[in-house]
Design a protein around this ligand. Sequence first.
Ligand SMILES: [Zn+2]
Length: 293
Amino acid sequence: MPELPEVETVRAGLERFVVGRRIAAATVGHERAVRRHRPGAADFGDRVRDCRIEGAARRGKYLWLALDSGEAVLAHLGMSGQLLVQPAGVPDEKHLRVRFAFDDDGPELRSVDQRTFGGMSVEELVDSAGTPVPVPVAHIARDPLDPAFDAVGFARALRRRRTQLKRALLDQSLVSGIGNIYADEALWLARLHYARPTHSLPAADVRRLLADVTTVMTAALAAGGTSFDSLYVNVNGASGYFDRSLEAYGRVGRPCSRCGTPLARDPFMNRSSFFCPDCQRAPRRAGSVRRVN
Ligand SMILES: [Zn+2]
């Protein structure tokens, strides 16, 4: 599943390849891909035809193309979505869902999605703290890579929650865009256990963790994003390669690069948490957590 750095990589690709161009036609190849566009596939095409793309924006894992009509095409990649920029003559991909052709006859924008958990819709923009955002995105918190991210407000909100640290990191209403991989990596860097109760966390630890989240995401961004799903490729079709430098995620039984202790894995919210049992000491009352390996 694409995480935030991958989605940001796609956004940057959209900015480079489609912003400033005028849509000649959008063809929906599969109704499911626009199921969140309530008026249907024909209306989707009508709403974007002849519109110029003014910008490519992102909040959390949502991407949108702002149109000169005042609306925006909102996209979510879901589990397996790709946005490809392809020369017009290239044969259709097997799972092509939506095709945008442009009036300059240049490369098309193609939404390809095998499982179609993601999708597109045309949305009105509303004001969210001074920024125009599509309506479905208005409740989503900013992410740590967003220049307007409120670190002080985040730290305050985090310490007010009575929850475990990793649950808070994954809570999209507190902070968006941190998925399982980057949460484990940031917690390892910050030497904090995933089950630490947030209310007992010193403010300095929250600041350090936030800095580490930013470090991990920035590094992933520089590398073009992590890819654990071979279906995921970025806007130009190139897979990410950050997975080569992961320190914790997926490394159960392998030595911690700081202390040599074999890394551990615990079940966590139907998934796993990877951590170093020595660098990231469990809080005392989490002794009941069952160890898988
Ligand atoms: Zn360690």
